[in-house]
Design a protein around this ligand. Structure first.
Ligand code: PEP
Ligand code: MG
Length: 537
């Protein structure tokens, strides 16, 4: 038995086999083959396996993110059946007498170059798809597991690092735990682990040789046990059972109000990143959604999600919540949330760069598409919208102007929409310091403590080395929260917290004393926080 330590980002126990997830660049060698027909057959088997995988991905995406988002996998299946694509591979194998991997990779390069050089935007975008399907086939030919396909058995994912775009593609029902060498406790992958209720460790000196080994992740002590003995497995199974019982005890709080002993009602909402998180919002009895990280719709797509695709997703959330508040945060791309098709230029300092509202105000056509989808969906439920990374009153005025244009377009087209409250995220020190002025312009504030802490303490939230310095209980951050709440109340608007700090039960009493009106937390934290609120004097 081997014991390795890391930093825990979610308390819990996971017992299972390790899947070493590697995203190293594909290495394809050109090898001469004697039997070209055997190589053709090998390619055909791999192509069939790829088509089958894509079918499974389509079903999964259909269930999790709806038909519009699932369609990309159907398109990929069709591309693998394309005659020109296949003929090119057969020709290269037969004429050059080379291995299938090389023939697929060469065809991918040729075809994607051809598409990338076309004028038509649609065909240009297909270059990425060609690369994608070809990489899938090469991975199968090399006998490796494909990136997003983590197999049929539940596994503990061990990886160097995980990008949000990778984790969103993984089958959530098969994820027991994440263990990474890089990553920080405030990265979006860490947030995902908390949302999914699974233990996760960062800062672990991982080893590829662990692949396939039995392991235990103890999120209480931050320990990973490799090849644990029977005694430890028994002990951990007991701990796991205790966790389940504790959670069951919290279930008795379901249906109860979020009211302090003195009778003050608190809005207790859930944070989600995806339509598939809705089940856990309902299970945990949230009173609404305080933060729908809409950028995950963009991260899951291979191209800009269309107005209709977004409309369907927002409508589904609004209808599922049946009249309860749903606060959709407009696209917060940039920094660690990179999307290929945005073609963002390299930035030396992306956390302070071209991100979130800055993209939306610079590329209003992208912003308007999203706003139209949000406003159209508002006819089907209680939708509010909020804007990330605000630093000035001018930005808010510009946004409101764009919103008016969108509403007019909808009016002219005879499309109905509801009464949409508009709020902003307070996640920059600038927004805190002018919160009195901003409060005059909006309906509510939602404090994003993850970024607010990063920008106040000048500590990159992604940098694992700085985790010990990243003190979200810092007096500066707490004073800022108090200032924002006070300024909101002077202007008669409400103020909440949707950053991870909002779920810190050791601070719930402090926040209630400050007058915080709303807490929006990962769904699994709703009931623990409800317990503290109800016990608050
Ligand atoms: C925050 O910054 O606190 C926040 C909620 O936004 P995100 O974590 O998505 O940046
Ligand atoms: Mg933020």
């Amino acid at each position: 038995m081997q014991k390795v330590n890391g930093k825990s980002i979610f308390k819990g126990i996971a017992i299972g086999r390790i899947l070493y997830y590697s995203k190293e660049q594909q290495q394809v060698k050109r090898l001469r083959v004697e039997n070209t027909e055997a190589e053709v057959a090998r390619y055909e088997a791999a192509r069939e396996a790829a088509v089958k995988q894509l079918g499974e991905l389509y079903d999964k995406a259909l269930a999790e993110v709806g038909e519009m988002n699932a369609q990309v996998f159907e398109v990929h299946q069709m591309m693998l059946e394309d005659e020109d694509y296949n003929d090119s591979i057969y020709n290269i194998i037969r004429q050059q007498e080379v291995n299938a991997e090389y023939a697929v990779a060469t065809t991918a390069d040729n075809f994607s170059d051809m598409f990338a050089n076309m004028d038509d935007e649609y065909f240009k975008a297909r270059a990425i798809d060609i690369k994608d399907i070809s990489e899938r086939v090469v991975t199968i030919l090399q006998g490796k597991s494909t990136g997003s396909d983590i197999g049929d058995e539940p596994v503990i994912i061990v990886a160097e690092d995980l990008a949000p775009s990778e984790t969103v593609q993984m089958d959530k029902t098969k994820l027991l735990s994440f263990v990474t060498r890089l990553g920080s406790s405030n990265s979006h992958t860490a947030i995902l682990a908390r949302t999914m209720n699974i233990p996760a460790l960062i800062g672990v000196e991982i080893d590829e040789a662990w692949d396939g080994k039995m392991a235990i992740v103890d999120g209480y002590t931050g320990t990973l046990y490799l090849e644990p003995d029977d005694e430890l497995i028994e002990e951990m199974k007991k701990k796991l059972q205790e966790d389940i019982e504790k959670r069951e005890l919290l279930q008795t709080l379901k249906g109860k109000e979020n009211v302090t002993k003195s009778g003050r009602a608190i809005k207790l909402y859930a944070n989600i990143g995806n339509v598939s998180d809705l089940a856990s919002v309902l299970q945990n009895d949230a009173s609404g959604i305080g933060l729908f990280r809409s950028e995950f719709l963009y991260l899951e797509s291979k191209d800009y999600p269309t107005e209709d695709e977004q409309f369907l997703a927002y409508k589904q959330v609004a209808e599922t919540l049946a009249g309860k508040k749903v606060i959709i945060r407009t696209l917060d791309i940039g920094a660690d949330k990179q999307v290929d098709y945005f073609n963002m230029e390299h930035e030396d300092n992306p956390a302070m760069g071209y991100r979130a509202i800055r993209i939306c105000l610079s590329q209003p056509e992208i912003f308007k598409t999203q706003l139209r989808a949000i406003f159209r969906a508002s006819a089907y439920g209680n939708i509010a919208v909020m804007y990330p990374m605000i630093i000035s009153v001018e930005e808010v005025k510009q946004i409101k102007q764009i919103v008016e244009e969108v509403k007019k377009e909808l009016d002219d087209a005879g499309i109905k929409y509801g009464d949409v409250e508009q709020g902003i995220m307070i996640e920059t020190p600038a927004a805190v310091m002018i919160s009195d002025l901003l409060a005059e312009e909006v309906d509510f504030f939602s404090i994003g403590t993850n970024d607010l802490t990063q920008y106040t303490l000048a500590i990159d939230r992604q940098n694992a080395k700085l985790d010990t310095f990243y003190n979200s209980h810092h007096e500066a951050v707490l004073r800022m929260i108090k200032l924002v709440v006070d300024n909101a109340h002077v202007a008669n608007i409400w103020a909440g917290i949707c950053g991870e700090l909002g779920a810190d039960t050791s601070l719930t009493d402090t926040f209630l004393d400050m007058g915080v009106d709303e807490l929006s937390v990962s769904p699994n934290m709703i009931l623990p926080i409800r317990k503290v609120i109800r016990e608050h004097e």
